[in-house]
Unconditional design. Structure first.
Length: 114
């Protein structure tokens, strides 16, 4: 197969270029899964964990009228589990708890998307 090298920086502008496929050796199936080792490699990586109580959709007019003391109704019942997200992906659900005066989450379910 011959191509014309007519783009800037080509070895010889306008000269034909020979393209030959590369023969790569078959590497076989290999060991596709080594979860313990691969997870250990990621142990120093920081991720963002967030908890979502619920969501609400507001018109711009309603948004602009919000003031201290306003209440925004969310789309979940008060007794529903909260979503636990890692880097924006839901990985678990849980219940809000208080630990030493601060909020926490007790994990009740893993979603299987982790």
């Amino acid at each position: 197969m011959s191509l014309t090298a007519d783009h800037p920086g080509a070895p010889l502008e306008g000269a034909p270029v020979e393209v030959t496929p590369v023969a790569l050796p078959d590497l076989g199936a290999g060991n596709a899964r080594q979860p313990e080792r691969s997870l250990r490699l990621l142990s120093g990586v920081n991720v963002e964990l967030s908890v979502e109580l619920g969501r609400s959709r507001l018109s711009m007019q309603d948004l602009l009228t919000l003031a201290p003391g306003a209440v925004v109704e969310l789309d979940r019942p008060a007794d529903a589990a909260v979503d636990i997200l890692v880097n924006g992906t839901v990985v678990a659900r849980g219940e809000v708890v208080v630990v030493n005066g601060e909020f926490g989450v007790r994990i009740s379910e893993l979603t299987g998307q982790a």
